[in-house]
Design a protein around this ligand. Structure first.
Ligand SMILES: [Zn+2]
Length: 373
């Protein structure tokens, strides 16, 4: 690796699935690994000490939101994001590209970047590769992302192709602008579900050369089969000795599907967002809607076999009471459970890969509680 203080090693393979180890200046991340999302420097409703207890190894912060609120100067006054949010483990920040392209109805594409209105006060801004690097250097995360055009696979091909070309130019600009040696810069491959464009983007982005690669632009509108075949193609095209990040997947079955195809790390707001709507994720992919009246007098634990604080301590009846009364604790306890489901799933997946029985493990998990209710 070119970044100082970093190393990545694939320790075991089982089919295309990999068990690896990413070393960062703030600690080791054992992969496969689910990364909880802390958009505004907080994983919503979960304390950093709870994240540790849950087995979280690395958390995400969001460049777009932190740039506007509170601003990099204030984060910088805390010595960076680690000091600001009091998470001393590894942190990854995204580039802001996803928000600029997905949240904005007023954006204007420019060759040097994207002009858009802030969601906070409507003021006009331009995000460029250079600015995305500067913000992420000031936030000080361990792993940072190149600024890309996140183009959904549903775009017309000509637009998808233009996005691939722009993403390559911007990737090169990011690499040139990035000055901090103690950060790992990740290149992002785009191209939707179009095989030729994916091949082209992978060739161009690996040609620019990064220490790790992300598969972007999936989970934003394409069908499941196309998504999985694209991930399979990435397994063939990306260097086998580099970390691979699938951006935006957070349901148990989907996670096992991408691990099976050679992905190392992934993130999603899904588990904590579902918790705030009163929904519990189950290990096998099912869900429980705690607002359902059938849980009113249900004295069982939330999920049989789960080792989280919520499942060890409370009944479904109590959790339903909190959710229906809109008590804050309901969202907190469900967030703990939902995160633990994914963190335990991925650490179990790691053990299964090391033991050479990942396919059997994934089948067992997917066959369990998949119905939910
Ligand atoms: Zn639980």
């Amino acid at each position: 690796m070119t970044a100082e203080g970093f190393a990545f090693e694939v320790e075991a393979r089982d089919g295309a699935a990999r068990a690896g180890r990413l070393t960062t200046p703030h600690g080791v991340v054992e992969t496969p690994c689910f990364m909880p999302v802390g958009t505004k420097a907080t994983v919503k409703a979960v304390e950093p000490r709870e994240l540790r207890e849950l087995g979280a190894q690395i958390v995400l912060g969001n460049t777009y939101h932190l740039y506007f609120r509170p601003g990099t100067e204030i984060v910088g006054a805390h010595g960076g994001l680690h000091g600001f949010m009091q998470w001393d483990g590894p942190i990854l920040t995204d580039s802001g590209g996803f928000q600029v392209f997905s949240l904005e109805g007023t954006r204007v594409m420019r060759e040097d970047g994207v002009e858009f209105s802030s969601v906070y006060d409507g003021s006009r801004h331009v995000f460029t590769p250079q600015l995305a690097m500067r913000i992420q250097e000031e936030l000080g995360a361990d792993v940072i992302m190149a600024f890309d055009q996140c183009a959904p696979g549903t775009l017309p091909r000509a637009e998808l192709e233009a996005a691939v070309e722009r993403t390559t130019r911007w990737a090169a600009a990011c690499k040139e602008a990035h000055g901090r040696r103690d950060q790992l810069l990740v290149g992002i491959v785009q191209g939707g579900a179009d095989e030729a464009l994916r091949r082209r983007s992978a060739a161009e982005i690996t040609g620019v050369g990064f220490d790790a690669y992300a598969i972007g632009g999936l989970s934003v509108g394409e069908r499941g089969e196309e998504m999985l075949s694209t991930v399979e193609l990435m397994d063939e095209l990306l260097p086998r000795d580099r970390l691979r990040y699938f951006m935006g997947i957070g349901d148990p079955v989907g996670i096992l599907d991408v691990i099976a195809r050679g992905v190392d790390v992934f993130d999603c707001v899904f588990p904590t967002r579902m918790a705030r709507t009163g929904t519990a994720l189950l290990r096998g992919g099912g869900r429980l809607n705690l607002r359902n009246a059938r849980f009113a007098a249900d004295l069982a634990a939330l999920e049989d076999g789960c080792d989280c604080y919520t499942c060890r301590t409370f009944t479904r009846s109590y959790l339903r009471h909190l959710v229906t009364q809109k008590e804050m604790l309901g969202a907190q306890l469900l967030s703990l459970h939902n995160l633990r489901v994914l963190l335990r799933l991925t650490s179990d997946a790691r053990r299964a890969i090391s033991a050479g029985r990942f396919a059997e493990f994934a089948n067992d998990v997917a066959g369990r509680d998949s119905a939910g209710g």
